[in-house]
Design a protein around this ligand. Structure first.
Ligand code: B12
Ligand code: SF4
Length: 532
């Protein structure tokens, strides 16, 4: 049986890194004997013709897509194109959006045959062997589908108790060189579950309130596997990595014992860190922790059941500073009851903390307590257009603030930062290398260029070109062409484009093959397989 898994596109601002959940699903499919391919449209351009080509090449019997609310529409549109192209393909979708918007999704998108609800690993293992026989579907817990016009939701799937029983997620099925070229860290999870009850979050509802931990040795085995592909940085994507101090110690000790060199970051809560454990993490290569602080106003923090106080945030940042750990703080704008005063509290806290921080606009996702019980809160949702649920624009209002007030507030805060950034970027593009923030500017400019190369299929669409003499000429020629197509529009000079191309070639992400007297460039697959 052949199964194609689809990673739908999403923008550079949302840190396109290897899609972990899909790799877990791929592994589960392989364990029950399926041949799996991942159709990755994050770092390859998505077009209707591309999915048709991908289907023609692989000929899958089943296609499954993942999605979050923000990219649900595009995921559904990919599934629809596949279904129209070959109606015999069975289509499925999983992930946090459809898991909590089952009825609406299945009724409004008849091209989606079945939804896998919540944790998908065991469900897919049981489902694949019977998927061709719809009369058996009702026996598989954790799925939903329409039968004779009626919604069928099978029994609830139990959460996996022993996470060590799961195989390493099949990242080898992803075009890893492309992700490495972009430079985001690879995410891994060391536990699933969160005991907290933040009303805007789906984490706990997806993975349960009891935290299930993996053993230190299984995590480090996976990390060694990831590093063997040439990645050097890892992001621990657990909802609540610091849930158990004992486990943090075991994990860090195992890194040190095995003498593995890599840097990493993790999500943590301000009420769960202390100096001793942060120092242990630092010693084991962790250089950044990300705190969801959400608001500087105590009443709002209580109302959203975050379970932390602004004072705890200040204390946590202090100890991070003491041990030399970088902090990234995230705040939400538009929580219930938000007013100019509460926003001011948040801004004051952000200033006091004096760390890198970001504002996200509240997106009340289906399934959250906030959305389910909206009547209990001083909040009104003004749009059900899922495309807008990307946390980059306000889609709610409160009795004190209109959406425009929220945007104005954020624009005002970041105006100066945005202007400084534009000045730095222009100076950099004009050749000024004197600023000490240049590494960051350079990194972001390069990343933007590389993401465009990837997501617009620019290398793939290059005609083969003739080479004449010197061995380096092919890179120079490539740089010239890419400068003409993309670089000059982005304000980049030829030297910068040449620098990027040379690096991509040197790192083995771009290769060429000879075709008579000409050569054709291509992205390699990963450092173990050149191309597939
Ligand atoms: C890590 C993480 C990230 C990482 C992703 C790293 C990566 N590339 O993997 C980063 C920081 C980049 C990120 C970004 C964003 N994230 Co995020 N993220 C998470 C987090 C904490 C864990 C996700 C995870 O890896 N879980 C572990 C894997 C194994 O689980 P999984 O992905 O859910 O997959 C399982 C099932 O869902 C199912 N499944 C999933 N897909 C499919 C497909 C098929 C065919 C099948 C059968 C099954 C299946 O089976 C999988 C295995 O069990 C979750 C919270 C949570 N616990 O769900 C939020 C979460 C998924 N993120 C969320 C959001 C909103 C975002 C952003 C939009 C951020 C923003 N701007 O606000 C972006 C969008 C990026 C994107 N397109 O996915 C929301 C999604 C809510 C929603 N309805 O949309 C969540 C639920 C947090 C929340 N706020 O409640 N995120
Ligand atoms: S926001 Fe963080 S702490 Fe709160 S429920 Fe979600 S994962 Fe848990």
């Amino acid at each position: 049986m052949k199964v194609a898994l689809v990673a739908p596109p999403y923008p550079l601002e949302l840190a396109p890194s290897p899609p972990l959940g899909l790799c877990y699903v791929a592994t589960a499919c392989e364990t029950v004997g399926a041949k799996v391919k991942i159709f990755d449209y994050i770092v390859r351009r998505y077009t209707k013709d591309k999915i048709k080509q991908d289907i023609d090449t692989f000929r899958p019997e089943i296609i499954g897509a993942t999605s979050v609310t923000m990219n649900f529409h595009i995921a559904a549109e990919i599934i629809k194109t596949a279904k129209q192209y070959n109606p015999s393909i069975i289509t499925m979708m999983g992930g946090p959006h459809v898991s909590f918007d089952i009825e609406n999704t299945l009724h409004s998108y008849p091209e989606i045959d079945v939804i896998l609800i919540g944790e998908g690993d065991n469900t897919i293992k049981e489902f694949l062997p019977v998927i061709q026989d719809k009369s058996q579907w009702a026996m598989v817990k954790g799925i939903a589908y329409i039968d004779n016009g009626h919604l069928v939701k099978t029994g609830q799937r139990e959460l996996i108790q022993n996470l060590d029983s799961l195989e390493i997620p099949a990242r080898n099925l992803l075009p890893l060189s492309r992700y490495q070229a972009l430079g985001f860290p690879v995410s891994i999870i060391t536990s699933r579950g969160c005991p907290n009850q933040c009303i805007f979050c789906l984490g706990r509802k997806m993975v349960g309130k009891k935290v299930r931990f993996r053993s230190a040795s299984s995590i480090i085995d996976e990390i060694e596997h990831v590093l063997s592909y040439g990645f050097q940085r890892i992001n621990i994507a657990d909802d609540f990595f610091t849930a158990s101090k004992k486990r943090v110690r075991l994990f860090c000790n195992e890194i040190i014992k095995r003498d593995i060199n890599f840097t990493w970051s993790a999500f943590a809560r301000v009420d769960s860190v202390d100096k001793k454990h942060l120092a242990i993490m630092k010693n084991a290569g962790c250089d950044t922790v990300c705190f969801g602080i959400e608001s500087g106003n105590l009443e709002i923090l209580k109302q959203v059941k975050k379970g932390i106080t602004p004072d705890q945030a200040i204390k946590a940042v202090e100890i991070c500073n003491d041990v030399g750990m970088k902090v990234h703080a995230s705040f939400i704008v538009g929580l219930p009851g938000e007013s100019y005063e509460t926003l001011e509290d948040t801004q004051q806290l952000a200033n006091k903390l004096d760390v890198e921080y970001g504002y996200h606009f509240l997106a009340p996702f289906p399934g959250t307590t906030l959305k389910n019980e909206i009547k209990n809160y001083d909040l009104e949702i003004i749009s059900d257009d899922w495309n807008l649920y990307d946390a980059k624009r306000p889609i709610v209002k409160t009795s004190h603030l209109e959406p425009e007030d929220m945007s104005n507030f954020v624009d005002e805060v970041f105006k100066e930062q945005q202007e400084n950034w534009e000045t730095l970027k222009q100076a950099f593009l004009n050749g000024d290398r004197s600023e000490n923030k240049n590494n960051i500017v350079e990194g972001l400019v390069k990343m933007d260029f590389i993401f465009k190369l990837l997501s617009e299929d620019i290398i793939e669409n290059q005609a083969p070109f003739i080479i004449q003499n010197s061995s380096n000429e092919h890179i120079i020629e490539l740089s010239k062409q890419l400068h003409n197509i993309l670089g000059s529009d982005m304000g980049m000079n030829i030297h910068l484009v040449d620098q990027i191309c040379s690096q991509l070639v040197k790192n083995g992400y771009l290769h060429y093959e000879k075709q008579g007297k000409s050569i054709k460039w291509f992205w390699t697959y990963n450092n173990k397989i050149k191309s597939l």
